[in-house]
Design a protein around this ligand. Structure first.
Ligand code: SAM
Length: 501
């Protein structure tokens, strides 16, 4: 594949669905009782879902296909020419983001099925290749400040598309069935619940993405059934494959998705607001310059240079993989150029001339950090600092690992240990407090409550939004009773107001 084609494939999230899979999906929808009058495929590609839907739903009088790529539409036109379903099929070149879906849907009488496989690409992957296949207003999740321009506001464009379709189907009887990443499906369902979209039934069916698309991600068929008169459902079922007729229930309660409602309820006495806020490790986006290993001849960076630096701005470093693997410190250090976000960095020149000279020598590399958080702040800035980052004792966990493994981290050579931004941590002034908290976190109810809200198939399964719900102070109060629904709803309200959820 040429480089231009490769870029185009990334930008348009282009993974065409195999015909066999599209047919099995439609058969599954038929078994679930879905009988549309109209079928819509908003990003139809070369049309495997259009043709499969035409066969599975003979009662559908109109089958609409939209697609941005004219070459795909040409292929589809040729394919459909002479096909028995051709008279029912209508194709149009269209950019999803520029389409007035509300008017489109209004022109379609009867029960609509929106089906397909929207692009598999995130906004940050788009920006890394200079792609522009995005909604105009991309901060739809309502993140503000730092979150909006750093990783937290990263989203899949399929998530945006699905939420947009749900919004534009408001007041209609309809079904939506899309192949998406499982994490996207979960986010869409949570958001739809928060918005009180009238989804009366929803289910997920796991799909083998490696076999069907050659990519190693957790993917599923997400099905949402809408009825304007219905109350939003609070539970949805996950089936292991398209043939399975029994599945596992996931619930949405108190503003969160819960993978194991029984365990959640049994441990609910701990559900609340964490007495200390979980923080993310330092973000600098320049590990080759900012992370160094101490050797007998000096500090070595990842570019292979060995340099002499003052101790003042160097802190022991444990990376996410060190925390996740339970590894001991490996003589690694991080250059911590600020104690608070936005603090001037020019003072480094006076206090540590060697460090200043080193930063100057790598100024181009540091200036090239693409996020605007760096351009808007003093040169050589970092993020994830504040008083909390310099407390000596820590309890840390790596967000990327598939287990709840907390580690108590003591200072090294009297300096607090720093982490990269894949690590979440609590920090303490007193060793005794850190040890007591660690003892609470390592209990069955604490890990039970957290696990009941974690979905291990996600790329970053451990989240601060989950960790920050654990109120370990309840252990000291000797309360082990389950919270009532009213109490849990109150926690949800307070958490919303304090923006911790
Ligand atoms: C994952 S592929 C799936 C194609 C087809 N739905 C299928 O199931 O085989 C995503 C499709 O979305 C199309 N696409 C990407 N961005 C689009 C946009 N902004 N508007 C319409 N189609 C788009 C791509 O060209 C590609 O055909």
């Amino acid at each position: 594949m040429t480089q231009a084609k490769q870029k185009q494939r990334i930008e348009y999230g282009d993974f065409q669905t195999p015909d066999v899979l599209a047919r099995s999906v439609c058969a599954r929808l038929h078994t679930a009782g879905i009988r549309p009058d109209v079928v819509v495929e908003p990003t139809c590609g070369i049309g495997s879902f259009l043709l499969a839907a035409a066969e599975s739903f003979p009662r559908a009088t109109r089958i609409f296909g939209f697609e941005i790529n004219p070459e795909y539409l040409d292929i589809l036109h040729r394919h459909i020419d002479g096909h028995p379903a051709a008279p029912r099929v209508q194709l149009q070149q269209a950019d999803f983001f520029a389409t007035d879906w509300k008017t489109r849907f209004e022109q379609m009488p009867g029960r609509i099925l929106v089906i397909g496989n929207p692009p598999w690409v995130t906004n940050s992957a788009q920006s890394s290749i200079g792609g522009n296949n995005l909604p105009k207003k991309s901060n739809f999740l309502g993140h503000n400040g730092f979150d909006a321009i750093s990783g937290k506001a990263n989203f899949d464009i399929s998530e945006w598309m699905l939420l947009e379709i749900l919004r534009k189907l408001h007041g209609r009887s309809a079904d939506v069935a899309m192949l998406v990443k499982t994490s996207v499906a979960r986010k869409v369902l949570s958001c739809a619940q928060r918005r009180h979209d009238a989804i009366y039934d929803a289910f997920l069916v796991c799909i083998d993405a490696k076999k069907n698309f050659g990519v190693a991600v957790d993917a599923c068929l997400l099905v949402m059934r809408l009825d304007p008169a219905a109350k939003s459902c609070e539970d949805y079922t996950i089936y292991a494959n398209l043939e399975a007729d029994t599945g596992k229930t996931t619930s949405y309660r108190y503003g969160i998705s819960i993978s194991d409602l029984d365990t959640f309820e049994n441990c609910s006495f701990l559900f609340g607001i964490s007495p200390k806020k979980w923080r993310s490790g330092i973000k600098h986006d320049a590990s080759s310059v900012m992370e160094l290993t101490q050797t007998p001849s000096g500090y070595e960076n990842a570019i292979g240079e060995t340099v002499q630096l003052e101790d003042m701005y160097l802190y022991p470093l444990l990376k996410g993989s060190d925390i996740g693997n339970g590894r001991a410190w490996r003589n690694k250090f991080m250059l911590v150029t600020q104690r608070n976000v936005g603090e001037p960095t020019a003072l480094i020149q006076r206090h540590a001339p060697l460090t200043w000279a080193y930063l100057q020598a790598h100024g181009d590399r540091l200036d090239a950090r693409s996020s605007i958080i760096y351009t808007k702040n003093p040169r050589f800035s970092i993020f994830g600092v504040g008083d909390y980052a310099f407390r000596p004792w820590r309890i840390a966990i790596c967000s990327l690992y598939k287990e709840l493994r907390f580690r108590l981290i003591s200072p090294i050579n009297e300096k607090p240990v720093m982490f990269d931004d894949t690590v979440y941590y609590l920090s303490f002034d007193a060793k005794a407090e850190a040890i007591e908290t660690m003892a609470c976190l390592d209990t069955e109810p604490a890990t039970g409550l957290l696990s009941s809200m974690i979905f291990w198939d996600e790329k970053r399964p451990v989240k601060t939004s989950i960790l920050n719900t654990l109120d370990w102070s309840k252990f000291a109060q000797n309360t082990t009773l389950r919270k009532t629904t009213e109490q849990l709803e109150l926690v949800w309200k307070i958490r919303n107001e304090s923006q911790l959820s």
